[in-house]
Ligand binder design. Structure first.
Ligand code: AMP
Ligand code: ZN
Length: 510
């Protein structure tokens, strides 16, 4: 068995339940167990949703960087999430399928693929387990049955309901007393307490639903909150380390998960030890949401000619518990910052080459099982005192509840530091980027040149025009050379006459 030695500064994390930052102690140091609420796959993820997964990825990378292996589960919600987080409205999946005149299964498969493509573009590490809600219906029925047998539910015509008065401190996570929950959950005829929620939604007589299953409470579908209790406990045990989600889930979804877990296990110490919530990405009109319609997707960022990792960098520039305002200017600034970083690292690689330690790191990441801890040991073995000092500061920032906005400038500082030798800088960048996930070692400046979808010229044509320009310049025909440059500029292409392999770039309209 591998001995796990967490390294560096003690990791402090903010727990939404106690509203306090405290040291993170894993239940089993050999494997941190992490669960993240996944997407409801009825539409493309919007940039706000993706902020939630950049946050989760930063958490996971930080845990790995600090020496902990992580068993990470993300669920895919393909049933049960209504158009409101409470028991109100239509099932989002049913509604989307009706609108697109196709099956829910096709809708779910399409948007699950799109979601995974987005995560890949953002260099987000795949979870250990993707768990799909509809693969766990029998588990959910068994879980609801256990809650029923524990006496924490009751049946109405519309289904089986959780009785929130049967668990202590319902709503603690949302920071409210039970009597304050009045009015935040839709009224259902016969409900005992306003906050009670559906465990099983029985299909109405004569209602034709695409997704329904037989259950002890009649044909129907599980309530949305059930899936995360069931799948987290199935894969991570009745007590696990960390549960993540967006801050909207703190109010209802996660309160209900806690209540279900307590009723199921009979213990208040069940489920996650730490609840962690990312704040919203907002735009000038307020919180970004899929339901609003005109949302911005990652594809829309790429369509504008912006590399997706610029969006990752934008997310990393704010602390996960702060709101982040999305604006085209902010995105453009993040792209410029990423370009500078990539140019800096490219120059460094040109001067340092590929040292032996780098070869070991690359080979060990290609062979499965090499941990961040091993790779860090190889990278950092040769650090001098100044480099080590910067790395310690980086560790302290990350370990302070993932203070990435303070950690990131340390990487920039390392690149600019004249007292550091090139090899030292390269070691620092390699180690730091394992936690930041900006792919700084794999990207070149040319990779960041993304063709805007409305570009009127393609890359090979641009190259051909530039070759012609070069010939004109060689023949000292400067008016021809200027004309070509102006024509390219009219096509949205900036000619770059400086040194380096970048001869041109797109002029972005963002
Ligand atoms: P959903 O697909 O609606 O279930 O949401 C997926 C994840 O995105 C959840 O963790 C939500 O809490 C989170 N989320 C939704 N809207 C935003 C937003 N505007 N900013 C940040 N996270 C969000
Ligand atoms: Zn969930």
């Amino acid at each position: 068995m591998t001995e796990i030695v967490a390294s560096g500064a003690p990791l402090m994390l903010f727990d939404s339940l106690t509203r306090a930052t405290r040291p993170f102690e894993p239940i089993d140091p050999a494997m941190v167990r992490l669960y993240s609420c996944g997407p409801t796959v009825y539409n493309f993820a919007h940039l706000g949703n993706l902020r939630a997964y950049v946050f989760t990825d930063t958490l996971r990378r930080t845990l790995n960087w600090k020496g902990y292996p992580v068993n990470h589960v993300i669920n895919i919600t393909d049933v049960g999430h209504l158009t409101s987080d409470a028991d109100e409205g239509d099932d989002k999946m049913e509604a989307a399928a009706k609108k697109a005149a196709t099956t829910i299964w096709e809708i779910a498969a399409f948007y699950t693929r799109a979601f995974k493509t987005d995560l890949e573009a953002l260099n987000i590490v795949s979870p250990t387990i993707w768990s799909v809600a509809t693969d766990h219906i029998q588990d959910m029925i068994a879980f609801a049955r256990a809650i029923e047998q524990a006496g924490a539910s009751y049946e109405l015509d519309s289904g089986l309901y959780f009785d929130t008065s049967k668990v202590p401190d319902y709503g603690l996570l949302a920071g409210m007393r039970a009597d304050e929950t009045v009015g935040r959950i839709a009224e259902v005829e016969g409900k005992r307490n306003p906050a009670d929620f559906a465990l099983w939604r029985r299909s109405a007589d004569g209602e034709l639903r695409q997704m329904e299953w037989l259950s002890p409470w009649g044909p129907g579908a599980p309530g949305w909150h059930l899936e995360c209790s069931v799948m987290s406990m199935k894969y991570l045990g009745t007590q696990f380390d960390i549960h993540t989600g967006g801050i909207d889930h703190r109010e209802i979804h996660h309160c209900n998960e806690i209540a279900q877990n307590q009723a199921f296990t009979g213990s208040p110490q069940s489920g996650a030890n730490f609840w962690m919530h990312n704040n919203f990405l907002v735009d000038r009109g307020g919180k970004m949401s899929k339901s609003k319609g005109g949302f911005a997707t990652l594809a829309s960022v790429i369509d504008k000619g912006v590399h997706p990792l610029a969006y990752r960098l934008l997310c990393l520039s704010a602390h996960y518990r702060s709101e982040l305002e999305f604006s085209p200017e902010g995105l453009a600034a993040a792209l410029t910052r990423l370009q500078r970083l990539v140019i800096g690292v490219e120059q460094l690689r040109d001067t340092v080459g590929k040292p032996d330690w780098m070869r070991v790191v690359v080979e060990s990441s290609a062979s499965k099982g090499a941990s961040f801890a091993y790779q860090r040991a190889v990278i950092e073995a040769g650090l001098d005192a100044r480099a080590r000092e910067l790395l310690n500061q980086f560790d302290t920032a990350l370990s302070s509840d993932l203070m990435v906005p303070q950690a990131l400038p340390l990487l920039e500082q390392a690149l600019a530091d004249k007292s550091l030798a090139g090899d030292q800088k390269l070691r620092l960048v390699t180690s730091m980027d394992m936690a930041l996930g900006l792919q700084l070692l794999g990207l070149s400046r040319i990779d960041l040149r993304v063709r805007p979808s409305d570009a009127r010229i393609d890359e090979s044509e641009v190259e051909a025009r530039l070759d012609a320009r070069q010939q004109a310049r060689a023949a000292k025909d400067y008016s021809a050379s200027d004309r070509i440059r102006d024509e390219l500029s009219e096509c949205g292409v900036a000619v770059m006459d400086g040194a380096g392999p970048m001869r041109w770039d797109w002029i972005l309209d963002i």
